[in-house]
Design a protein around this ligand. Sequence first.
Ligand SMILES: Nc1ncnc2c1ncn2[C@@H]1O[C@H](COP(=O)(O)OP(=O)(O)OP(=O)(O)O)[C@@H](O)[C@H]1O
Length: 248
Amino acid sequence: MLEVSGLSLESRLTNVNLRLSAGQMVGVIGANGAGKSTLLKLLAGLLTPSSGGSVWQQLDLHHINPSQRRQQLAYIAQQTLVNEAVTVAYALQVSQVNLAQTKSQLRHYRQQTSAEFGLTELLQRPVTELSGGELKRVQLACGLIGQQPLILADEPIASLDLRHQLETLMLLKQRADNGALVLVALHDLALAARFCQQLVLLHQGQLLAVGEPAEVLSKPLLQQAYQVEVEWVCHQHGVAMLPRLLTD
Ligand SMILES: Nc1ncnc2c1ncn2[C@@H]1O[C@H](COP(=O)(O)OP(=O)(O)OP(=O)(O)O)[C@@H](O)[C@H]1O
């Protein structure tokens, strides 16, 4: 269980309260600047709240020691930073530093994660010579290689093609089905509706709604959060969204 109580950061996030149980994928949605990254960074320990707190499985996330945080939490940042021409294989290995697992378990995780993210053919390539989408997949694999039970992914599908968007969300959902709590910031609301059991809708740094996609993706809430009018088209494989500016 993740319990967030009154979580705030001056002028960026105000009094967010959440109770999210493990074993589900939760979409964090909202317009640009709504506070999605701020919420995930606070939970990841990259920012210090001005007030409030967050408890994950009885651990205070803002005062947890670095080793405990490392075993519990995987954070995948919105930006992919690369400044050294190391190979993909090396990047994956370095991503396992300080994980409390045996060498053979770590090797197994590396092989499994490389295969899951379609990196087997790229292992000897320098990360500086990859396409944006390939690099994003490497970043995701590096983030998820530790099999941590709390996953915070900030716009993980932003630069991926359609197939890799679906594959990535399926892999994240699989982690949730295996017991992890996955919080994923998304801009694609149709994919959020399809893959997430719950959505957290932020608006101007505040929690506007939390609940099942059908409740949260209502016309009035989307109008308030995004200033658009939305028509939903239902299909057996999911839903599609037809947004329209309010001024149209
Ligand atoms: N380092 C910073 N210092 C001060 N304010 C910041 C900083 N980073 C972000 N902000 C502000 O905090 C607010 C929330 O930003 P945040 O990045 O959390 O939004 P977001 O919902 O993730 O947006 P996007 O969809 O554009 O990525 C914005 O008003 C933003 O300008």
